[in-house]
Design a protein around this ligand. Sequence first.
Ligand code: ACO
Ligand code: ZN
Length: 281
Amino acid sequence: LREHEEFTKVKNIATIELGRYEIETWYFSPFPPEYNDCSKLFFCEFCLNFMKHKEQLQRHMSKCDLKHPPGDEIYRSGTLSMFEVDGKKNKVYGQNLCYLAKLFLDHKTLYYDVVLFLFYVLCECDERGCHMVGYFSKEKHSEESYNLACILTLPPYQRKGYGKFLIAFSYELSKEEGKVGTPERPLSDLGMLSYRGYWTRVLLDILKKHKGNISIKELSDMTAIKAEDVLSTLQGLELIQYRKGQHVICADPKVLDRYLKAAGRGGLEVDVCKLIWTPYK
Ligand code: ACO
Ligand code: ZN
């Protein structure tokens, strides 16, 4: 598969149909060779099986009995639900999701074994079912303290705050685990923008409320954001001075206010009371 990608980096699938949307793709994705000759694919929005023809999809929809991602609903707030899908229990779904995601992810090689991952699929639900808006994947066991491998908001849903919600969710899971986490590198430009925005807002909110000194380590423990990411965020905002061999946070309230305003809207919040989840063992 990897060789296949290296030699044919041309984008093959130009558009996909998924639920109510027809979506233009961004990048190459290594679909099995029998799909090489088609420029459009039709996805079942629930099981993510993909087909070459509209008629096949229609036939499939009349017998597919899924109305939400396979797996456990671990969060519900209003019409928003999060499902946890185990790549081992739902291998085909995991693979389909990776094929789909790769269409919008450039730098990622998604050829890892889906059985090693959990997929957190965010849905907007209505009477027709739960419609995927985006997802992130997470290794069941990460040596590098990664709490997120890949993140995607489907294009029709982008710039509405779902990305920030997914990022916030990944850190809430880390807090439940009692660990700090960081996203797998490299980050795409859009990924970097979203993470910087999230880190900035979370850290500035704490600095604003906090009286007296606070260390990088304390900030990291409170937020589950890895210390390196705390440091780089605060350095980027020029809130760090280096005194007597130590990093010191210098947070003038006026400066904080200015940054907080610039950091923009907070967006969709994760309501932790509504998370029903225990860490993977
Ligand atoms: N132009 C400029 N800034 C943007 C854009 C854009 N098109 N999209 C997002 N941003 C920035 C903004 O600062 C935005 O905050 P704001 O709206 O308050 O200004 C912030 O990112 C987050 O916006 P959200 O609406 O919360 O994020 P969204 O739902 O659009 O999802 C995501 C962000 C997941 C990165 C999305 O752009 C995406 O799926 N991209 C394609 C896949 C990708 O690159 N994923 C990250 C790869 S890295 C990794 O997986 C570890
Ligand atoms: Zn289906």
